[in-house]
Write a protein that binds this ligand. Sequence first.
Ligand code: NIG
Ligand code: FE
Length: 417
Amino acid sequence: MKRLVITNANLYTPRGCQALKGADMGNLLHIPQAAIVVEDGVIVWVGSDSEMPMLDDSADEEIYMDALGRAVIPGFVDSHTHLVFGGYRPEEFGWRLKGDTYMSIMERGGGIQSTVNATRSMTEDEMVEKAEWFIEEMSRMGVTTVEAKSGYGLDTDTELRMLRAIRRLAVDPDRSVDVAATFLGAHAVPEEYKGRTAEYVSLIIDEMLPKAKGLAEFCDIFTEKNVFELDDSRRLLAAAKEMGFKLKMHADEIVPLGGAELAVELGAVSADHLLHVSDEGIRRLAKGSTVATLLPLTAFALKEPFAPARKMIDAGCAVALATDLNPGSCFSGSIPLTIALACIYMGMSVEETLTALTLNGAAAIGRADKIGSIEPGKQADILILHFDSIDSLPYYVGMNTVDCVIARGEVDSVIND
Ligand code: NIG
Ligand code: FE
């Protein structure tokens, strides 16, 4: 057995095996002089240094780490990304800076369709190689689990190729970042189905979903005016649920369509974006078990108002934060900037932000029983920061304050002193 003992940690962690809602999001466990014992990648003991039990001599290998009094937190869970894609779209970014809008570019055949054209010509190897670079970058910022979506194929072959690439990223034993797979065949209506949305939804249900089963755990959809409206979304998600997929939704991103309400009605694990969520949507999310995943980098990059995080938490919702890394609306996987935007512009406290990026992110991909907090029984995904307080997370604006990443109990990078 392999043992890792971390001492002298200023530990902050949310607690539990499910998403925290409302005021509970700010209620972290804080142990100023903490020790953490990890055996074979799993946390077996957490408490005050002074109360650490005598450890037996059953370990074949034992590593002791002094955290030097620094802040120690759970690994970040980025529960919404599109990190497999072809090409880039800097020209659209330029057009938007001059006043163009995301939806008008999409309606002209650019946007998602432009990435689809580039992705269809990629091999599985090329997809894996390109995505690896983003995963490495995210790992340096403390991400220990990332969700990745298909959705740039919009035909059966390419969607499945994307999912196989994501599976290769997920099963690579050398990788320190765990990967959760989502099928997003309903990301847009492809050019060849223009004006025939219902037929495309039927193709997804009859052909793509059965083949995606076993490759993807979640089924997601871009529910939006002039993309997949509520009826199409309900039909697709109900079929996916029937086939055993867990559900996710891009909901109420551009206009308030009632996506949040539908997500709760169908028992989705998460409803994401929610920039324009209605008051009724907030009430339903607060009552239900769907995690509200907010993506501030997208709002920032699109110059849209941020999602009403404060209002949602005060109403009792479970809020997660994620990056939405993608080549169009949000070409950023920056966890530090996500933290800064949440704290500075969305009225979230540092504690709530931490919960949103760890335990609630884990719940948004159905893994809160395994990851997202530093507690006995959980996988040992642990970060040591450069500073002794979690207040440094938003204070050092947009800068990476993670010094050491421990993923599945393996020390990935070493603390600077
Ligand atoms: O989450 N809104 C839909 N999907 C992505 C954007 C994808 C793209 O523009 O390529 C999003 O913002
Ligand atoms: Fe997205």
